[in-house]
Design a protein around this ligand. Structure first.
Ligand SMILES: *Cc1c(COP(=O)(O)O)cnc(C)c1O
Length: 364
């Protein structure tokens, strides 16, 4: 059978291995499996969310409120931007998909960092756009600018903090960079982990408000999947000038967010204490990974997120290490697919991390 040619050289995105598969493949009891592979919040979400969604579950016959008023109002308040500046997606992933279809086609170039979130490339391929990558592992804005001048890309993706490396761009440098970019190029600032960066270092903190007020060619992306502990709810958002949002809306399927997700995200936004406490805990626990790496002489990239990236020398092989850990029920992310001899480990709860260090001591 013939399929869309654009799909020919797409590698299917490999999500963090689900616990269910590890149970089936290795016969390990679910209680003995620790998943530190997808950067979810190990503390889950605000208990208030759990209470609120019970009511929704009792009444699911009606379609969701497609105006998404409650969640948009919550985001409006949180970020001090107007509702018309916001689009909500089934994960910020879906907003990336909208952006790609709204802006790019076969004649477009998309500029991304050498190592970054894999979905930018996949969505670019959907529309047949050409990917241009930097060479440096961390976002080097001078290199970005040189490539921008050379290629005039339709879209530039800046992932800050970056996944899967955890480093972040200085906010001031990013603002200066965007100021030099022509209005025809859309700059996407993917802030999936911005809550963590803002906590760790004020200098890395970017707000959607400052971006949207200063620039008509920027879209900020946020998600409830990470710090807010709602990965299972698939809810994310984009914030940009109204004209951009209007174009993205043309691509949005009706009812793209379930009633349950809308309610969960709205309530989660109201409990900022929960989020800040779990972020605080994350960095306290991260210290243990930094100590571990120093002790074992393993390179660790300074992280502004809820994960750490451990880079190995040639004597070790990240794929083998990830595999050995997996067989013992510890799911982490091997980064050899990103051409890095490294693993990415989500910072878990204290006892999950205990387990990681116990196994790592033995296996690494
Ligand atoms: C997790 C993640 C997203 C999107 O997550 P959703 O669950 O689709 O909201 C986007 N960008 C980066 C860099 C991420 O790590």
């Amino acid at each position: 059978m013939r399929f869309n040619k654009k799909l020919e050289n797409i590698k299917t995105y490999e999500a963090g291995k689900p616990i269910e598969l590890v149970v089936r493949e290795f016969g390990i009891e679910p209680k003995d499996i620790v998943k530190l592979a997808s950067n979810e919040n190990p503390h889950g979400c605000s208990p208030k969310v759990q209470e609120a969604v019970k009511e929704i579950v009792a009444n699911m016959a009606l379609y969701p409120d497609d105006s998404m008023m409650k969640l948009k109002d919550g985001l409006s308040q949180r970020f001090d931007v107007a509702g018309e500046n916001i689009i909500i997606g089934s994960g910020s992933d879906q907003v990336i998909e909208f952006i790609m279809h709204a802006k790019a086609d076969e004649s477009s170039k998309i500029l991304i960092n050498s190592v970054t979130f894999a979905m930018y490339e996949i969505y670019a391929k959907h529309v047949g756009a050409c990917i241009v990558r930097t060479s440096s592992q961390e976002h080097d804005l001078e290199e970005f600018y040189a490539l921008y001048k050379e290629h005039k890309p339709e879209i530039i993706f800046l992932c800050t903090p970056n996944n899967p490396t955890g480093d972040a761009i200085d906010a001031e440098a990013l603002l200066e960079f965007v100021a030099k970019i022509d209005e025809d190029t859309l700059v996407v600032v993917d802030g999936a982990y911005m809550e963590y960066a803002a906590f760790r270092d004020e200098k890395k903190k970017l707000t959607p408000k400052e971006l949207v007020e200063k620039f008509s060619n920027v879209i900020y992306l946020g998600t409830f999947s990470k710090a807010y502990g709602l990965g299972g709810m698939r809810t994310g958002y984009g914030i940009a000038e109204r004209k951009i949002i209007q174009e993205l809306y043309k691509l949005r399927p009706p009812f793209n967010i379930t009633t349950l997700s809308l309610e969960a995200a709205s309530i989660a936004l109201e409990d900022e204490d929960f989020v800040q406490n779990s972020i605080k805990d994350c960095f306290e626990q991260m210290q243990r990974y930094e100590d571990f790496a120093r002790e074992k002489k393993i390179d660790i990239i300074k992280s502004y997120t809820n994960f750490v990236t451990l880079c190995f020398d040639e004597e070790k092989n990240s794929k083998e290490i990830a595999d050995k850990l997996l067989r013992r029920g510890m799911i982490v992310r091997d980064l050899s697919g990103y051409e890095m001899n490294a693993i990415r480990v989500t910072v878990g709860t204290s006892s999950q991390n205990d387990r990681f260090f116990e196994l790592a001591d033995e296996l690494i």
